[in-house]
Every structure is written in C-alpha cells, then in structure tokens.
Ligand binder design. Structure first.
Ligand SMILES: Cc1cc2nc3c(=O)[nH]c(=O)nc-3n(C[C@H](O)[C@H](O)[C@H](O)COP(=O)(O)OP(=O)(O)OC[C@H]3O[C@@H](n4cnc5c(N)ncnc54)[C@H](O)[C@@H]3O)c2cc1C
Length: 404
C-alpha cells in the first residue's frame, strides 16, 4: 500500500505531480520538499516580463497556498534534502529532519553552468535561474547601464532583449559562430541576430571569454581575441547542468541526468524522477534525451504521478519549447537531430517563417518563427508520423497541414 509520497523539488515538475496525484485520487500523505522558500513558481518570466517589471510577483506561483492546504500537501519549503537512503526509504533534510516514504519523486531541476575563468566570482557577475537571482540583476538594469551577456542561447538572448527594452547598452558574447547554434537552423540564428542588432544589441559571435576583470567589482569582460568589453553588470547564460548529486550519492544511475525509463522509474522500484533532471527515453524518436522545457517537466511529471500510483502510463510525447525575444515568438516542436533534409517555409524578411526537418518524407521537427499555425500543424503531423509532400511543403502558400 502506498501511504506516503515524497516529492523533492518544488519547480514545474514537482508542482504538476502534486496536481495530478490529487486530481487522480491519491489520498495518502503527500509531502513537497523544496529548497527555495517560495511556493512553486514559473521560471520563464524570470528572463522576460518579470525581469522587466511588467509582471507582478503574485502572478508567478502556479497555485496559491490555499490550494496546498485544501489538498493536504505538507509543504517543506526553504529546506534542502541532503541525503537519500534508498535502502531505508528515507530522506534527510539539512535541518536534520528524517522523512520516510513508500514512493519518492525526484524533481531536482538543473543548475546554471558556472564560468571558471579568472574574475568569474566578482560582484556584478550574475546567473539567472531562480527568483533569488532577479533583484540584483534588476537593480543593475538602468538606462545606459552597460550589460554584457555571456552566452547567446535562449536565456542570454531573452535577458538581452529585456535589458535592451529597459534602455541598457547590451552586448552579447557567443563562443560559437552563430546564436542558439545547438538548437536552431542557421537561418533562424541569422534572423534572431538581425532582430537583436536592429534593436541595438551588440551581438558578437566567435569570441571566447577568458577573463572577467575589475577592482572589487566587474568592470570589463576580456576575450581570447583581445576584445575587451566595458561592463557594469554581467549575466552568464552558458547552459545548465542536471541536478543529480542526491541521486548519484544514493547509488542511482546518472548520466547527464538521472537515468529513468519511459515510466519515469529509476533503477530503484520506489524512486521516480521527472523534469530537467532526467535522462529519459523519447519513445517517438527512439533515443535518450535530457530536455529543459516547461512542456517536458509538465508532461513527464504527469506521467510520473500516475506511475507513482501504479497506473502504468508511458511518458510518450513529442516535445516542444518556446522563446520570446523582443516581439518575436520562436516555437520549436520535435527533435531535429536525425534529419536528412530541411525545408524553409516562407521568407525570413516577412518576419514569419518556419524551418522543417525531414527524414525521408517524415517530419521530425519544426522551428516556427512568429508562425503559430505551422507549429500547431507540426505537432500533429510529427506525432502521427504523417508522410509529407515535399514540393507542397516548400510552398508556403499551402498550409502545412495540407502538405501531404
Ligand atoms: C530564466 C528561465 C527562463 C526559461 N524560459 C523558458 C521558456 O521560455 N520556455 C520553456 O519551455 N522553458 C523555459 N525555461 C525552462 C523551464 O523553466 C524548466 O525547464 C522547468 O522549470 C523545469 O522544471 P523542473 O521542475 O524540472 O525544474 P525546476 O523548475 O528547476 O525546479 C527544481 C527545483 O528543485 C529544487 N531542488 C533541487 N535540489 C534540491 C534538493 N536537494 N532539495 C530540495 N530542493 C531541491 C530547486 O531549487 C528547484 O526549486 C526557462 C528557465 C529559466 C531559468
């Protein structure tokens, strides 16, 4: 009998698991352990409207406190789980409290990858992952302040757009030869670089930061090519690493994430994991992945919650992701890695286009820039493995859903 379920990690996945467990009838003891002091909240606004001050703090939590009370969820917030004894089915918190479980769900998320060059810990060098990171960044986003962003990925670019909208002088330094290079096509990188430049962001690619310099506080960012960029504040966005220490110290398999199967189960029958912290199989694409997206945390946590109650439900979804930069919305659905063909639909100059990735005639992924129709159609076409007519696909006058 499953009387007690513990969830460690009060982010997107943890909050969703609680919702599903109670909605689907779990009536036992339900405990949420989270090391952040706040009620579980949405992270995406932290680089967008919450950072700019356009969104109020009370809109961030998924649920108000009354929801947790009504649903008899014991909240242990501001408390870090420091030890997991899988044999004894026991979790120890930093304050010494021990909690036992029948089933455990790990929703530990990911942590910002840290820079380790000289000067990386100078005051004025910031990372953006949690609510606690926002006030010191906001305090520096003043008109004309010189903001250097290290890393031209989603978070760096969203922060760049927000800082620029707030009147800052913004420079983005990217090591690769183009923005978002690991996740989007060159045409999409080019489009976003042009958009940022048109808004006055200084985008510099092919440059490697080697030194953060300053007397007691960040003053400049120095690159291997000799470039030196004056900075009042630096935001580092160079990727994230799955949080796995608790799991690996307990003997659970970890390899770029906590290794789980399609039922979100670890190698221990009582322990499950969901969200950014997992390395899991994508059944649709036939490969293992680690994803950092709201959609994955939401869907995987839903499946995990059902499996915690012994309902056998595989996590089998085509993943999707979004990013907002200035007035542009980028929507990505599917995984493009195994493609053997690419088709551009529409003209980037029109500010609305999409890049379709194919394997033979099967659609694997779409990157849609300001084109929600293509994105919506792609979700279904990819999930159904519909074979496309490539000539029709290339004709943007034909709706994507009709390109069959
Ligand atoms: C600034 C920002 C912008 C983003 N924008 C987008 C976007 O536009 N679109 C999109 O799809 N995704 C976006 N994401 C990604 C998305 O927010 C994450 O994929 C999602 O939050 C993952 O949910 P999670 O529950 O797996 O992890 P998290 O939300 O990271 O939650 C994990 C929680 O576990 C806690 N924890 C870890 N270890 C312990 C421990 N030992 N004890 C107790 N608690 C612990 C952490 O502190 C954290 O609170 C963004 C992320 C950030 C940071």
């Amino acid at each position: 009998m499953i009387s007690t379920i513990l969830i460690i990690g009060g982010g997107q996945a943890g909050a969703q698991a609680i919702d599903t467990l109670r909605r689907e009838g779990f009536a036992g003891r339900l405990v949420l352990i989270g090391d952040e002091p706040e009620l579980p909240y949405q992270r995406p606004p932290l680089s967008k409207k919450y950072l700019s001050g356009e969104m109020a703090a009370d809109r961030l939590p998924f649920r108000h406190r009354a929801f947790y009370d009504e649903h008899r969820v014991e909240l242990k917030l501001g408390k870090r789980a420091v030890r997991l004894d899988a044999a004894a089915r026991q979790v120890t918190l930093a304050d010494g409290e021990n909690l036992t479980y029948d089933r455990l769900l790990l929703c530990l998320g990911a942590e910002s990858r840290r820079l380790n060059c000289p000067g990386a810990t100078l005051p004025g060098v910031h990372y953006l992952r949690g609510l606690i990171d926002v006030p010191p960044i906001q305090a520096g986003l003043k008109p004309q302040a010189r903001i250097v962003i290290i890393g031209g990925g989603y978070i760096g670019l969203e922060a760049a757009a927000t800082a620029r909208k707030m009147g800052c002088e913004v420079t983005v330094l990217e090591m690769a030869d183009r923005l978002m290079n690991r996740v989007v096509a060159p045409s999409v990188s080019r489009y976003f670089a042009e958009e940022h430049r048109a808004h006055g962001v200084n985008i510099i690619c092919d440059t490697r930061v080697v030194h953060l310099a300053g007397q007691g506080r960040i003053e400049r960012v120095v690159c291997a090519d000799g470039g030196s960029h004056a900075a009042d504040l630096v935001i580092v966005g160079v990727g994230a690493i799955a949080t796995t220490e608790l799991a690996s110290a307990a003997g659970l398999a970890c390899d770029n994430g906590i290794v789980v199967d399609e039922y979100c189960r670890t190698g221990d029958a009582a322990i499950y994991a969901a969200g950014d912290c997992t390395n899991h199989p994508s059944l649709h694409f036939g490969r293992r992945v680690r994803l950092e997206s709201v959609d994955n945390a939401f869907e995987q946590a839903k499946a995990a919650a059902l499996n915690l109650m012994d309902r056998s439900v595989a996590h089998d979804r085509v993943p999707w992701f979004w990013s907002d930069q200035f007035d542009n919305k980028l929507l990505i659905v599917g995984l493009s890695q195994d493609h053997d063909g690419q088709v551009l639909r529409g003209d980037p100059a029109s500010r609305s286009f999409s890049v379709c990735y194919l394997k033979g005639r099967e659609l694997l992924a779409v990157e849609a820039v300001n084109h929600s129709k293509d994105y919506m159609a792609a979700r279904k076409l990819i999930a159904d493995r519909t074979l496309l007519n490539v000539d029709k696909l290339a004709d943007s006058a034909i709706a994507l859903k009709e390109a069959i």
